[in-house]
Design a protein around this ligand. Sequence first.
Ligand SMILES: [Zn+2]
Length: 491
Amino acid sequence: MSLKKTRVFFLKQERQYHEHCCVPMCTSSSKFNGVLSFHGFPRDVQLRKRWLVNIRRDKFTVTAHSKVCSLHFTEEQIIPPKTAVGKRQLQKGAVPVLFQWNDYSIPSPRLSVWDRVSTPEPSAGDEQLMDCTPAADHDYSSVPEPAFLDTAVDKHMQLEEKIDALMKEIQELKLLSTFGIERFAQSDVNIRFYTRFPSYRQFMIFWELVEPSVHRMVRVSRAKAAERMNEAVTSVRPTHMRQSLQPIDELFLFLMYLSVGLKEQDLANRFNIHTSTVSRIITSWTNYLYTLLGSVSIWIDAEIVKAHLPDDFKDFPDTQVIVDCTELKCQTPSSPLLQSEMFSTYKSHCTMKGLIGIAPHGPVTFVSSLYEGSVSDKELFRRSGLADLLTEDMAVMVDKGFLITDCVKCKVYCPPFLKKSSQMPAPSVLLTQKIARLRVHVERVIQRVKENKLFDSVIPLSIAGSINEIFAVACLLSNYQNKHLAKAWVK
Ligand SMILES: [Zn+2]
């Protein structure tokens, strides 16, 4: 093959290869259009970059076949062919500027630039003029539709974020404005303060125990509660007040009443409910917990007590129960004239007395009924029925007032300094000291029940009917509230 023939062959090859425009949305191809010219990318890196930015293909890999059709250049940028068969060339430094997304028109600011280009100064080269075309770099922002869409989407997303933040804020505020257990879920200190449960987790463990049968709770009717409160139920209820609480918040309210000793009016304000509703909740929950917790036998067998006996008791290994008394003040209906809050200081009240038995390792194992305050410790012990549970092989540890030796079959550990015995042998003195030391621990345990602030104040008439149950519930609850009692005891 001669050299001439080879050249013809290559020319044919070249003609067969159809060029395509690589600008997005442009379908120009040399196959169908002989009018258009196709221009390769410039070698100059900066200029090439400006091409890519303008045609919106930043990540595009430029090859020798990558072409941009003449549709994207202004007339001024294209140099007409010098001969009839010659190719059209681009001005030096020309950058594609006309696209479908700008309607193949140059935005107004650039027009002025081209105006300047059309009147070139002889001293400045074309390239320099083209290069200082500032608008070419701003093609992105000069295109109206997609930019507008982008802004709209951005704005939409910003608004959504703002809405999310506000919703979160509203929920937090709602939580703060409504008094309930959920509000204190993150604060064990507050849980301890309001419920006497050591932590939110412990409270929830107790709730899981109670919850399955909550729906079977016998509710005190509104009329009955009103009767108890000795007042007519006000039919007008402020609209902002909540009609009812979630069961878990009712329990929370009940525990607050018991532990913190908050007044019904105070609770009504905190929970945003009527005082009569507070009264109903307290009565219902007292009865419910009394039945539920009371159904579990709390008396512990001697072997189990021995198995858990703390080291402190090694000198009194047969101790089955440690006994103490507590007193409650209860409002009496004897003087209706003085029932109003105005005369609260003159409210008449009676004292009631109950007996609590505790196993050496801490749990409450016996709760008596309440008796009139005038009853002696001995008489209270006799009436409580605890003596029936004690056998000869057991021992009961009592406080100084309990002179019960003659009414039980079992051994009695009692601080003997109040005993009538005139002389005390040396071993007995030691024993006395030991018992006294143990009683400090015991009193600490009993204190936990007594620490329920409700028992510090006069129990109002509205719940006076269930005082016996309230006392029992407080004692039984202490077993659930002081789960680590045994551990603390050993220390
Ligand atoms: Zn094109």
